[in-house]
Design a protein around this ligand. Structure first.
Ligand code: NAG
Length: 335
């Protein structure tokens, strides 16, 4: 399929870059160490995952794999643990083709050790996965608001509906394919044989929240059409972009350079409320941080944006867990 170059439908925030150049001022400044008045806010650490905990199948389990990767086990489905102690994976949903979200070596390794995985990708990303030998009938490419339902099969008790939902970002793996494939977020709903959705999850992928005319309206629409969600996973930082600045001891002088494509911690809190998330886990920070402070600043700001605490266990709460940590939630069936 030949696609045209894509663009999000919302006008971008004008960056300070243009005015900084006009004023002969640099858009980045020397980083100063974060104040140590950060009571109780810790940066995340990396721990060895304990996949044994997934044997308690009555809960929704989320394990942070680092950066923007989570392993989700929805309630009632047993986590068979085959090789290397990793649970058997049924689905992999990918938000866009940037290298830090679509690592072909990892996807190929997952495919090779699996009993068969269905990959969910936004339009235009299918050839990228086919290029490492993943069969095309297992790669499902969707446009925004399209959905696909997987019925219960041997080893799966419920149906799963994946909806490709909007995000405000861009795409490209090189100079020549900028915006030639789509970017998205994902909603997963667990549908038992009888009754309403038993559990639902929103994965924001990589996204900004601000447009030139205020908040991007897509998130409220996602919340209205498909929310509320038991769990949301939302990026709170620019992730792998611009980490070279931190490595050199600099930082951006201003968030406006980033807000169209990347949610700040403050924007991420608004985004999670718009989609109507009951609990939100932070992602897309710390893994590729350019400095220790750059790993810490997002969680400090996330706590501040919520009045001092960042406890995802609270109703409406939003916080970070450690890389490798698994956490459990009770789901509230839809009314
Ligand atoms: C890619 O899309 C983003 C988001 O819509 C837009 O800001 C950017 O200008 C586009 N880039 C190109 C090269 O078309």
């Amino acid at each position: 399929m030949q696609m045209d170059r894509l663009k999000t439908p919302w006008p971008p925030v004008l960056t300070m870059l243009a005015s900084a150049i006009g004023l002969m001022r640099l858009p980045f400044v020397r980083a100063t160490p974060l104040q140590q008045s950060l009571h109780g806010v810790k940066t995340v650490k990396t721990i060895k995952p304990d996949f044994q905990v997934l044997d308690s199948v009555e809960k929704l389990w989320a394990t942070w794999l680092g950066h923007a990767g989570f392993l989700i086990q929805l309630p009632g489905e047993s986590g068979h643990r085959p090789i290397e102690d990793l649970p058997d994976i049924d689905f992999v949903a990918i938000s866009h083709n940037h290298y830090d979200h679509c690592d072909l070596d990892a996807l190929k390794a997952l495919w090779d050790r699996s009993h068969g995985i269905d990959f969910l990708v936004p339009l235009g990303v299918k050839p990228t996965l086919e290029s490492v030998g993943i069969p095309s009938d297992r790669i499902h490419d969707l446009d925004w608001w399209d959905k696909i339902e997987f019925p219960p099969t041997f080893g799966r008790k419920c149906s799963y509906v994946f909806t490709c939902t909007p995000a405000q970002h861009n795409s490209g793996r090189g100079m020549l394919d900028q915006n030639w494939s789509l970017w998205c977020s994902w909603v997963v709903q667990q549908i038992p044989e009888e009754g309403p959705a038993a559990a639902s999850v929103y994965f924001a992928g990589d996204t900004g929240y601000q447009t030139a005319v205020g908040p991007c309206p897509a998130f409220k629409e996602i919340g209205e059409r498909l929310g509320p969600f038991d769990l949301a996973m939302v990026p709170i930082w620019s992730g792998a972009s611009l980490t070279f600045l931190g490595k050199m001891g600099y930082r951006l002088s201003d968030d406006t350079h980033l807000v169209t494509l990347h949610a700040t911690p403050e924007d991420a809190v608004r985004l999670a409320a718009d989609v109507r998330a009951r609990h939100t886990l932070a992602m897309h920070f710390a893994t590729f941080a350019g400095s220790d402070d750059e790993a810490l600043e997002p969680v400090v700001r996330l706590a501040k944006a919520q009045g001092g605490t960042a406890d995802w266990r609270n109703e409406g709460g939003f916080g970070a867990i450690d890389v490798g940590e698994s956490v459990a939630l009770d789901c509230v069936p839809a009314a």
